[in-house]
Design a protein around this ligand. Sequence first.
Ligand code: COA
Length: 159
Amino acid sequence: LTGQCLSKDVTRGGAVVSLREITADTVRAICALETSDAQKGFVSPNSVSIAQAHFHPTARFKAIYADDTPVGFIMWRPAEEPDACYLWRFMIDQSHQGRGYGRAALQLWLESLTTQAIRMVKTSYVAGDAGPREFYRSLGFQDAGEVKPNGEWPMTLAL
Ligand SMILES: CC(C)(COP(=O)(O)OP(=O)(O)OC[C@H]1O[C@@H](n2cnc3c(N)ncnc32)[C@H](O)[C@@H]1OP(=O)(O)O)[C@@H](O)C(=O)NCCC(=O)NCCS
């Protein structure tokens, strides 16, 4: 996932989903991507995530595109275990949800990890109506124990 543009054409509408580097020219468009108000408790604004990444040198992030339209954002960092990775932030803009972009983007990202000797993906979610748990479960993630001190529930996926 370094530099190059990865793409996948598996969405229902036939759009090609890709993960692209964010640049000075595109950062405002990526920061303008938003979830619905009801989803705001599930993920931080992209501007906050990009600012946080500045203080976490091992964090990586990409914009998600459908064809040439920016539709979402993904951010991750190494987990404690050397062969594991933590999916930190993931969102599709409210006006682009439900078209298969989230699934395609996550599959694309997971495929890129297997070529980097990553064997386990961890994440955690905030419970709630329309929360992302079922989305992650449909991609193979499993619940992985007790609620964390920050109130989030852990999930894991073995690659
Ligand atoms: C979760 C999210 C990324 C899914 O993106 P999306 O592009 O709408 O998802 P897709 O269209 O690829 O849906 C893939 C599958 O998951 C299902 N799904 C998507 N969101 C779901 C939800 N909140 N609850 C239950 N199922 C969901 C879809 O029905 C679809 O199933 P299908 O393939 O069998 O039809 C998006 O809803 C989002 O940004 N949510 C708010 C932020 C968030 O919760 N992020 C994760 C926490 S870090």
